[in-house]
Design a protein. Sequence first.
Length: 184
Amino acid sequence: MTAAYIDKGNLEDPIPALKIAPRPQPTPKEGWVKVKMQAVALNYHDIFTMRGLGMRPPKFPLILGCEGTSVLEDGAEVLIYPVMGNPNFKGDETLDPERHVFSEQVDGTSAEYVNVPLRNAVLKPRELEMVSAGVLGIAWLTAYRMLFSKAGLKAGQTMLVQGSSGGLQARITTSISRFLKSSI
């Protein structure tokens, strides 16, 4: 399978470390599934990985990408939930000391096929296109947590978000708006 990967990080000049070439496709571990990627979001997190940075040192070589959408073998369309950690951890998983995302400790989503824990293959809402749903991992979850967990925003309230005029942010905003309309 073809993948975007790096063999090692380079703190000063990360871009030349990027390779796009065939990589072996391992057999999924117990509790994991093989998915066919459809859309993958580029995230600044990938630059951190390419620089060799993370909460823990990345385990190279690594396929990049921490979010995206895919199709299961049965044809179900799913989005990839990026957060993994200790399955026995209780409470807010962002506080799990073993927490990590794809492309830090395990291969990421920038490949034709990816092995993911079954719990991380979340059914994609029908109303979202595959490309729009591809940004719901890191970018959307960060915005959602900021607005609803940290700021305490409630249905019907409004918040001004400055500096979110880029193309990706517009797509995220559209995705958040569609989700909120369908769930409130």
